[in-house]
Design a binder for this molecule. Structure first.
Ligand code: ZN
Ligand code: ZN
Length: 373
């Protein structure tokens, strides 16, 4: 003996149509085989049961028959297998009940293009130099993006003339029910006739070929802050593709790439560079001129007895720190210039120098020889 339909939906015998619909809606959400936490067979059986009850109680005539004659009164509706999904022909009811259900369950991917949706976000790659990092920059970029076609107001119909799509009733989506070995499955997809737009037109808009959108180059001015780092991403709100059906535009993301510099290497907010000096200056001390990133010539003191490879620091001549007024340092690595050719006079002087430092050299040599023999 099948269960009482009112009992299945948990409503009173006197319940009005609204109450019945509400009860069905909440039970359908709970027991839909795609989402139920119950084992598949249990959920399917349950879902069939509540759907059958709703099918009868939501139809005034069937409900009357059921009230008068019980299951007998409506049993021929369902044949041997009981309720069949294919009997469920009132598509408007299904979309009403499942509209928000599927919308809510599956998020954006399932949402119809006939409802307001945010446009796609765009990504733009921008190369900047170390000087841009030093000074900051306002940069104008051209970004191709899709905007609403003004000729048809985004409708896609020539002159903006459109009709509500009959296939989906303007919903942009169609629900279909398929019988599978696992039971009846409901699926929602974009309407094939209007491709999810909910509207059809007799003649395509020539400007956008019916898509309602055209690609246009947008001129966007960007503010590159001082101290920006390679790999950072700037977000320009609302400068992506136009939204659908009055939805907001997407955003524009600008990926920053800092180009390598031939003279300066970046190390956070510090910069590295090198100078070449002479051996006498390393020994006796002296001065060299160093160019900074901004092109200034700065005098750098080389202390007496500086070894090759020593790093000297010019403070405050590095890069600005992001969102700060301070700057890093310029680090200068010292190397020595070794001439390939020397004059007779230079040669003589160098030999004298070597002889003067000779004690050290000969000691080393003898130690080496001793070790060898
Ligand atoms: Zn158009
Ligand atoms: Zn349609």
């Amino acid at each position: 003996m099948p269960r009482d339909y009112y009992e299945i939906l948990g409503v009173e015998k006197t319940a009005d149509a609204d109450t019945i619909k509400k009860a069905y809606r909440s039970l359908a959400k709970k027991y839909h085989p795609d989402v139920s936490t119950d084992p598949k067979e249990v959920a399917e059986a349950k879902f069939k049961e509540i759907s059958e009850a709703y099918e009868v109680l939501s139809d005034p005539e069937k409900r009357k028959l059921y009230d008068q004659y019980g299951h007998e009164g409506v049993s021929q509706q369902f044949g041997q297998d009981g309720f069949q999904w294919s009997d469920f022909t009132r598509a408007d009811d299904i979309s009403d009940i499942f509209g928000d259900f599927f919308g809510g369950m599956f998020g954006g991917g399932r949402r119809s293009r006939s409802s307001p949706n945010q446009g796609e976000s765009l990504v733009y790659d921008l190369e900047v130099t170390l000087k841009d990092v030093l000074n900051g920059k306002s940069e104008n970029i051209d970004v191709p993006r899709s905007v609403q076609c003004s000729a048809c107001n985004g409708t896609g119909g020539k002159g903006g003339k459109v009709n509500t799509c009959r296939t989906c009733g303007g919903q942009g989506q169609v629900q279909s029910v398929q019988r599978t070995p696992f039971g009846n499955m409901m699926s929602v997809r974009d309407c094939p006739d209007c491709r999810g737009r909910g509207k059809t037109f007799a003649e395509k808009c020539p400007d956008c070929r019916g898509s309602g959108r055209i690609t246009k180059e947008a001129h966007i001015s960007l503010n590159i802050p001082k101290g920006i780092e390679d790999g950072m991403r700037l977000r320009v709100t609302g400068e992506g593709n136009a939204g659908y059906n009055g939805g907001p535009s997407g955003d524009l993301f600008v990926n920053i790439h800092v180009r390598d510099d031939k003279v300066f290497q970046r190390d956070g907010s510090n910069l590295w560079t090198g100078i070449t000096t002479s051996y006498p200056k390393l020994v006796l001390g002296g001065e060299e001129i160093v160019s900074t990133l901004e092109g200034e010539k700065v005098s750098l003191r080389i202390p007496a007895g500086t070894a090759v490879g020593t790093v000297l620091r010019i403070s405050g001549k590095g890069l600005p720190r992001l969102n700060s007024t301070t700057r890093g340092d310029l680090l200068v690595r010292v190397s020595v210039d070794v001439p390939k050719k020397v004059s007779e006079e230079q040669k003589e002087l160098l030999m004298k120098l070597d002889a003067a430092a000779g004690t050290k050299t000969s000691k080393k040599k003898s130690a080496f020889n001793k070790f060898k023999t």
